[in-house]
Design a protein around this ligand. Structure first.
Ligand code: XMP
Length: 321
């Protein structure tokens, strides 16, 4: 069942925070809980709410799945150092790459990332830590898109008829399930988080694996990671809701050193949106697009084609898988 939405205009941040702290305390009882950070505003907000409720009874982990952006684990670690909340970084790269080997179907890819995260990595962590609950940053849009059969969001279970307690052996608490992204940003701001966090661009749970069409390998992640860094650097002043790069499966003929180069194709997407339910492409100035094409073809080995998506959501979605 879909949770009841709390619209941004009805959202009283102070009341919401007090209510959620109480709800977390009540559900966790005298036990302990665990939460995993992705570095995005949803997971950081949930970690803060959890820490407010439970203090040191909340274990905060960052699972390095090998699918993150450049320097992301280090940046998340220093963000939490500043907040004076201890975190643990778990190296799970091998597990994720092994599980993703040979997987090309988009939904199967999402499923593999989910299963690896929850069944292989998290269940072990939870067992070791003795925690009985997992706090996670599922938001209403994730639930809606899963129910509607658009995308199986990485972190949605109940609505798919999966009881996490039976499937994984722990309870899942979702304090943000009634909010959309704009609501989460309001709560993050009210919690005293810096603008760099509450305004942080959304990033999907399956991370860079959602930006690769076809097989996800360490080599292909390296390509999309480098490209993503360029795109994020060049578009950071664009004011757009979200911008990203996609590595395509097909190759195209290009020319390099006056010879045929059957190279890689990159697609750039840049979105104007309020809540990610609908979106339109940003009308980026042509010189920015040109700079992107030049930098990507010069700096990312093997790329011979860079395109810009001009399709709105719907019928497009924001991510490629
Ligand atoms: P789509 O591609 O569905 O994306 O139009 C809408 C918004 O959701 C983000 N997104 C995700 N976020 N887990 C998340 O936490 C996911 O599995 C996931 N997939 C997409 C996407 O980046 C965009 O902001």
């Amino acid at each position: 069942m879909k949770p009841k939405e709390i619209k941004i205009l009805e959202l009283n941040a102070g009341k919401f925070i007090r209510g959620k702290v109480e709800e977390i305390l009540k559900t966790v009882g005298s036990n302990s809980a665990i939460t995993a950070l992705s570095g995005g505003v949803d997971s950081v907000t949930v970690a803060l709410l959890g820490y407010k409720a439970l203090g040191k009874r909340l274990k905060v982990v960052f699972i390095d799945n090998g699918l993150m952006r450049e320097n992301e684990p280090q940046e998340v670690a220093s963000m939490f150092e500043e907040l004076e909340i201890p975190i643990e970084i778990i190296d799970a790269k091998k597990q994720f790459f092994n599980a993703l080997e040979g997987v090309t179907n988009p939904e199967q890819k999402r499923e593999v990332v989910t299963q690896t995260f929850y069944k292989k990595v998290f269940t072990k962590l939870i067992r070791e830590s003795g925690a009985k609950c997992l706090l996670q940053g599922t938001i209403l849009t994730d639930i809606e898109e899963t129910i509607a059969g658009i995308k199986r969001q990485h972190n949605v279970f109940k609505q798919l008829g999966i009881d996490p307690e039976k499937a994984f052996g722990y309870k899942i608490i979702e304090p943000l399930r009634q909010l959309r992204k704009d609501g989460v940003r309001k709560i993050a701001k009210a919690l005293g988080l810096p603008k760099s966090i509450y305004k942080r661009m959304p990033f999907p749970g399956p991370a860079l694996s959602a930006r690769i069409i076809g097989e996800v390998t360490p080599e292909r992640i390296k390509i999309i990671r480098k490209t993503t860094a360029i795109v994020e650097e060049e578009l950071k002043e664009s004011g757009a809701f979200q911008y990203l790069a996609i590595l395509h499966h097909d190759r195209v003929t290009g020319i390099r050193d006056r010879k045929r180069d059957f190279g890689l194709q990159i697609e750039i997407r840049c979105w104007e949106s309020v809540d990610a339910r609908t979106a339109v492409p940003t009308r980026l100035p042509y010189d920015i697009l040109e700079t992107l094409a030049k930098r990507i073809t010069n700096e990312v080995p093997g790329v011979t084609s860079v395109t810009y998506n001009i399709t709105s959501k719907p019928p497009s979605t924001m991510e490629a898988i």
